[in-house]
Design a protein around this ligand. Structure first.
Ligand code: SF4
Length: 341
């Protein structure tokens, strides 16, 4: 059965010919504005048409494979299926709004040493419709809670900028009035540092928040943790971040996973402050969440505090990511790895 989810109103009209175009618009509104997954709920369509559509088509944003809720109720993790492939999304209920972290690829080829998503390499890219499907699962859950989805973070498994065309297509769909009408400013795209693609994203003039995974303040350590650094070192990466900030007027967020005893000393903080000094940037510190498959240790609470304090007293705006959902393995790739095992 053909899945209508992800088709634009124009594509729906072409698919449903010779139905009049206004019918396609009505169906698009049901799918994207009201989250309909069942033609029988489309009560402004003639009954015979609803029956006919149900015989030929389905509306399926994603298949729900499993769900885990944190004990505090603030974090929910889903494993979603797309044509036999599985990816994770994480829903977070912050006091400033609801967000979802989505995946852009099944697996990942980038090989970051602290990450579980890359252990089996890249399986495949997700399509724009599949990424949109991840977002719609979250929107439906929040709607069911009498709330709404406020922001989207593309930071789950995969390197979004290695799936560039689908990413851009998804961002544009998400932004459309007939879809969720989400402001680009409510979307964060994370990258491990694919410099040419950061420039391409800048040239798209889509003012999302760019989040760059830095994780080390010098090339030697960064190359040891993240193979991408051997291709695009810190100088070119920071310059690409600056040019994105300049083009969009948006502050770049540098993500920094604190790995116990590896990159979390005051000397690392000093070097980080030095390379970010004067840039339109802020730092998000992420205390490492232990992954079974990886040997790194979490930082001590004291190391996190000292690192945070050093940056903030040396002119670099920093935050520490609030640990959410540790009891549901919220770090990226862990539910999927467990599912595969
Ligand atoms: S951290 Fe991101 S880019 Fe790096 S391997 Fe994991 S999913 Fe890929």
């Amino acid at each position: 059965m053909k899945n209508l989810f992800g088709l634009t109103p124009a594509q729906l009209a072409a698919e449903l010919e010779p139905l009049p175009r206004f019918r396609a618009k009505q169906i698009a509104a049901h799918i994207y504005k009201h989250g309909a997954k069942d033609f029988s709920a489309m009560d402004d369509l003639p009954k015979a048409l609803r029956v006919e559509l149900a015989e030929r088509y389905e509306i399926k944003p994603a298949e729900l494979l499993s769900r885990l809720d944190s004990a505090d109720g603030l974090t929910t993790k889903f494993l979603l299926g797309f044509d036999g492939a599985a990816v994770e999304i994480v829903l977070m209920r912050h006091d400033y709004g609801n967000s979802v972290c989505i995946s852009s690829q099944v697996g990942c080829q980038m090989g970051c040493k602290f990450c579980a998503s890359t252990l089996k390499g890249l399986e495949r890219n997700l399509t724009a419709a599949e990424m949109l499907g991840e977002i719609f699962v979250a929107a439906e859950i929040f709607r069911g809670e009498g709330s709404k989805l406020d922001s989207v973070v593309v930071m789950g498994s995969g390197e979004p900028l290695m799936n560039f065309d689908a990413l851009i297509a998804m961002l544009k769909l998400l932004h459309e009035d007939w879809c969720l009408g989400m402001s680009y400013r409510k979307v964060t795209v994370s990258t491990c540092g694919v410099v040419p693609a950061i420039k391409k994203l800048r040239d798209e003039k889509i003012p999302v928040t760019l989040s760059i995974s830095l994780h080390a303040p010098d090339d030697k350590l960064r190359s040891a943790l993240m193979p991408i650094n051997s291709a695009f070192g810190l100088t070119s990466l920071l310059a690409a971040g600056d040019s994105f900030a300049e083009a969009t007027g948006r502050r770049v967020t540098y993500e920094y996973i604190l790995l116990g005893g590896v990159n979390d000393t005051e000397e690392h903080a000093r070097r980080l402050a030095k390379i970010l000094s004067g840039r339109l940037a802020n730092v998000n510190l992420i205390p490492f969440n232990p992954v079974n498959e990886r040997d790194f240790l979490p930082p001590t609470r004291n190391a996190v505090q000292k690192f945070f304090h050093f940056l903030n007293t040396h002119g670099i705006g920093a935050t520490v990511r609030k640990e959410m959902g540790a009891d549901v393995n919220a770090a990226c790739g862990q539910l999927r790895a467990k599912f595969q095992r």
